[in-house]
Design a protein around this ligand. Structure first.
Ligand code: ATP
Ligand code: MP5
Length: 305
């Protein structure tokens, strides 16, 4: 198998030999929106799951007409359609991990939270997607409070980017400028109930800040913050900053890769490591299709093994 190592050596050997897996793969459900352009949303999630050796399933919240230039239209799906997809999947196939992305409405937030609770889902990754790159709202303003109060407490990890963190905390836009700011904001978000906050630094200003311990220039740096007893712990993850505009789908891909790692049984710190190297490779090989912002190439990690 290309991608991450499998826990069971026999399965690994069988997969290497190209034969059928002896054990069923871990199962991951994404509850998110569809991106017709194939780069973000459900499409990015399922590509990531497949590449990382987990069985991917989806409950779609909305259909977006989307391409490299932005979102042209959003068609919300009826609440009962969302509920019925989640129910069909979890009542029969089950899931070792659930990842959420574009939820759009307060009702979808409640549906996701209720299903995660009722089915005692072991690993929950909440990507608090608020806006697309073109500014379109992917979570309505009136759903933000529900996201924080109903869903975050179930999360093993939430994965905001820097602008999302500001919005969730009610901080002014652009108030997170350094790695220290990121870590402090992540600590604040921990108060909302997730076990960990993985804050993605793709939107940090590229200039190095004298207050940062790590030289940020030419690097893309994220931070994982959690609790160790009464103390906080923080771990920075860095990779070369790739000079490309083709980064559509980075957030969805990162959160899905973390969910895949967790479903395989890796500890969170290792699942984040897997995700960081997976997304870096996918950005490095991004496809410049369309006239705007191209999407990641999810198979890129295969060349690294
Ligand atoms: N140009 C880049 N080179 C390398 N890594 C990057 C680059 N841009 C983003 N990343 C990495 O991609 C991951 C996703 O980060 P980002 O902050 O872009 O998420 P996002 O804002 O949710 O995604 P999007 O901008 O697509 O909505 C992080 O690990 C980040 O460090
Ligand atoms: C349906 C959908 N979901 C999410 C995103 C954000 O994408 P990303 O933050 O990964 O670029 C998107 N553009 N469309």
């Amino acid at each position: 198998m290309s991608g991450i190592r499998m826990k069971n050596p026999e399965s690994e050997a069988a997969a290497e030999a190209g034969s059928v897996l002896t054990d069923p793969p871990p199962r991951v459900l994404t509850i998110a929106g569809s991106d017709s352009g194939g780069g973000a949303g459900i499409q990015a999630d399922l590509k990531t799951f497949q590449e990382l050796g987990v069985y991917g399933m989806s409950a779609m919240t909305a259909v977006t007409s989307q391409n490299s230039l932005g979102i042209q239209a959003i068609y919300p799906l009826p609440e009962e359609t969302v509920e019925s997809q989640i129910e069909s999947v979890l009542s029969d196939i089950g899931a070792d991990a659930v990842k959420t992305g574009m939820l759009l409405t307060p009702t979808n937030v409640f549906l996701a939270a209720s299903a995660i609770d009722r089915y005692s889902i072991k690993h929950v990754v909440i990507d608090p997607v608020l806006h697309a790159k073109d500014g379109s709202a992917l979570l309505r303003q009136e759903a933000i409070a529900a996201l924080k109060s109903e869903l975050f407490p179930f999360a093993e990890v939430i994965t905001p980017n820097v602008p999302e963190a500001c919005e969730l905390l009610g901080w002014p836009a652009h108030s997170i400028r350094t790695l220290e700011d990121m870590a402090l904001a992540a600590q604040e978000l921990l108060q909302l109930g997730p076990q960990y906050v993985f804050m993605k630094g793709g939107h940090l200003p590229a200039d190095p800040s004298p207050s940062d311990e790590i030289e940020t220039q030419n690097l893309s740096i994220d931070v994982l913050v959690g609790r160790k007893g009464s103390e906080y712990f923080r771990e920075f993850y860095h990779a070369p900053r790739i000079p490309t505009k083709h980064t559509h789908g980075t957030g969805c891909t990162t959160a899905s890769a973390i969910a895949a790692g967790l479903a395989h049984g890796y500890p969170l710190v290792e699942a984040v490591n897997i995700a960081k190297s997976f997304v870096t490779a996918a950005i490095q090989s991004a496809v410049p299709l369309g006239c705007g912002i191209g999407s990641l190439w999810h198979a890129a990690h295969r060349n690294k093994h």
